[in-house]
Write a protein that binds this ligand. Structure first.
Ligand code: ATP
Ligand SMILES: Nc1ccn([C@H]2C[C@H](O)[C@@H](COP(=O)(O)O)O2)c(=O)n1
Ligand code: MG
Length: 248
């Protein structure tokens, strides 16, 4: 379990001249996570700082372009990309004990029990050697969200929501052509219902927590990425400022 650190957001809000950076910093309650973990003084004793992970949840309806944009974020900002759906599909392919249950759940457009998905994410996080994660397609439900917080012990720093009209999502999924068992009209309709009933409340939750960045997910892939880029650029600026302050 990762240790949480105190928020520095009020300090940044009052000292930064860039409003976007200040707004970003005010949302970054564990922003030391992007820094180098330089030892700090506690009661006069120098102690190494435990590094917190920097976590981005990537949410949006089926076919909204989460995976596509994650590839661009990884290329530009160097995150470790963990797709919950890909991890579950890997379990099916490896004939694991949960494989058959996962396959049936995905075919039905339903959500796999949180315990299973969070354990897969946890394993990947721990073995990755990375400290910056894009967790794609998770949390899909309140149960997912609570389970992640309980097992991993941290909240996300950023939540991206790719907001795409239903009609466009259906068109994209039917053209995806990757041989997915859930890319058929019958399952797509079920997934859209599940998204509205179970995932939208999670998105609203993060909106109320001030962590949500809504992206209009229509247009070309590059146009959409130009809405995403400034979010992470701002966090990089904040991170660099932290390192300068720590070095002083
Ligand atoms: N801006 C875009 N315009 C047109 N097609 C797109 C765009 N972005 C992604 N696509 C295509 O739409 C399909 C779905 O995209 P992607 O797999 O990234 O969605 P997703 O949100 O990850 O979906 P899922 O939740 O089902 O995994 C893919 O075939 C992708 O190439
Ligand atoms: N948190 C999650 C993520 C995914 N699943 C299952 C159900 C989804 O329809 C399917 C495909 O996911 P995608 O690749 O579209 O992100 O995987 C889940 O149960 N829980
Ligand atoms: Mg995807």
């Amino acid at each position: 379990m990762w240790r949480r650190v105190a928020s520095l957001s009020s300090f940044i809000s009052s000292s930064s001249s860039s409003s976007f950076v200040a707004q970003t910093a005010s949302r970054l309650n564990t922003w030391e996570s992007l820094t180098t973990g330089i030892p700090h003084q506690e009661n006069g004793v120098s102690v190494p700082k435990e590094k917190n992970p920097f976590i981005t949840f990537v949410l949006g309806g089926p076919g909204s372009g989460k995976g596509t944009q994650c590839i661009k974020i990884v290329e530009t900002f160097g995150f470790k990309h963990l797709s919950a759906g890909d991890l579950l599909r890997r379990e099916i392919a490896s004939n694991s004990a949960d494989g058959a249950m996962i396959l049936n759940t995905i075919k039905e457009g339903k959500i796999v029990p949180s315990q299973v998905t969070v354990k897969l994410i946890q394993k990947e996080m721990e073995s990755s050697g990375s400290n910056k994660f894009l967790i794609d397609g998770f949390p899909r439900t309140e149960e997912n969200r609570v389970s992640f917080e309980r097992i991993i012990g941290v909240e996300p720093n950023v939540v991206l929501f790719f907001d795409c009209p239903e009609e466009e999502m259906v068109k994209r999924l039917l053209n995806r052509n990757q041989g997915r068992v859930d890319d058929n009209l019958e399952t797509i309709k079920k997934r859209l219902k599940v998204f509205e009933a179970l995932s939208l409340p999670v998105i609203n939750y993060y909106s109320h927590r001030g962590k949500l960045y809504t992206i209009k997910a229509v247009g070309t892939e590059d146009e959409i990425f130009e809405q995403v880029r400034p979010i992470f650029t701002a966090f990089e600026v904040c991170s660099a400022s932290t390192m300068i302050l720590q070095a002083q």
